[in-house]
Design a protein around this ligand. Structure first.
Ligand code: 8YV
Length: 324
């Protein structure tokens, strides 16, 4: 049986798949395949390991043909996969929740600290040779202890980011589709409507999935409700924020700064963001630790093997055969 793998992954994925007697057909590169190359890669495959940059839609399922039984997305987010199309064709869909929680929460905090303490500007100053010594008023940032950390989406990653906020002595408020009462108690977090969260938070950290409801959740109006000193952190999905409105808000000092790991049209970044001082930009590094990417590779390979062998898989968005 053939497993199409759309990118070079940590080697454990290939080892597991080949160890199970499967043939790996890999797009053996760090750059994504063209759409045409992707469609030919999946032709006749029994299983697919794909990335969030690969659109798994009707056309791809057509190109794969009726033998395709499982698609495992190398991500927790599934916004690139047409789940209903997979279900209708009996293609199981797996993903990688859990193993990337801490890595992504750490990255949210890396961005937040870098913005709050002006690490990027300091680094540039030192490297440029223009640093003539420290001075009492040089590159003053913002303290976080005692301030309010606002979480949009208190799922696994949002809760892990909030836990770090508690460790930094911050108060936590959150919003989301539903209340998370156990997490509320554990994190001493207060549930508030989005509007109130935007108004009371010193940091707004986004951890919701990309859905039609969350697209441009943070638009010009939402940005206008935030504090002029507030920092926006996005490690979720780019389209949760209206990037053009964010550029305007940052330029006009409506908010204090932003730490962004995700963008509306990756890998294209709004050129307005690149020129701003109070912004730190990362190239979608949320899950990018050696340990986490290895664990994700193991998880997708094991999911593919389990579906093809009729075993059980922990994290399925669509069950084998499309479900009942
Ligand atoms: C990416 C992510 O998959 O899991 C997600 O939803 O956004 C990340 O883990 C990863 O960075 C590979 O692109």
């Amino acid at each position: 049986m053939i497993i199409a793998v759309t990118r070079r992954l940590p080697v454990v994925a290939t080892e597991l798949l080949e160890g199970a007697g499967l043939t790996v057909r890999m797009h053996d590169a760090d750059d994504p395949p063209s759409r045409e190359a992707l469609l030919s890669l999946v032709d006749g495959a029994d299983g697919l390991i794909c990335l969030l940059s690969d659109r798994v839609d009707e056309a791809l399922l057509d190109a794969a043909g009726p033998g395709l039984r499982v698609a495992a997305n190398y991500a927790v987010g599934l916004d690139n996969v047409d789940l209903e199309a997979c279900r209708a064709r009996g293609v199981a869909v797996a993903h990688t929740p859990g193993v990337l929680t801490d890595a992504t929460a750490d990255l949210a905090w890396a961005l937040l600290l870098a913005v709050a303490r002006r690490v990027r500007e300091g680094d540039s100053l030192v490297r440029s040779g223009g640093w003539s010594g420290w001075s009492p008023l040089q590159l003053l940032g913002a303290s976080l202890a005692g301030r309010t950390f606002g979480v949009v989406g208190l799922g696994r990653i949002g809760a892990a980011a909030a836990q770090r906020a508690r460790g930094f002595g911050m108060d936590v408020v959150y919003t989301g589709r539903s209340r998370r009462e156990r997490e509320e108690v554990r994190l001493e977090a207060r549930f508030v409507p989005l509007g109130e969260l935007l108004e009371v938070s010193d940091v707004v950290s986004l951890h919701c999935p990309s859905t039609p409801e969350t697209r441009h959740l943070i638009d010009a109006e939402a940005l206008g409700r935030m504090r002029s000193s507030a920092i926006l952190v996005n490690t979720a999905r780019g389209d949760v924020v209206d990037e053009a409105a964010l550029v305007d808000a940052l330029r006009e000092g409506q908010i204090g700064g932003a730490g962004l790991d995700v963008f509306e049209r990756e890998p294209v970044v709004h050129e307005g963001l690149v020129g701003l001082e109070n912004v730190v930009l990362a190239p979608h590094l949320g899950s990018a630790t050696v340990e986490t990417r290895g664990a994700m590779a193991r998880m997708v390979a094991e999911a593919v093997i389990a579906v093809l062998e009729g075993g059980t898989v922990e994290h399925l968005a669509v069950p084998p055969g499309g479900g009942a």
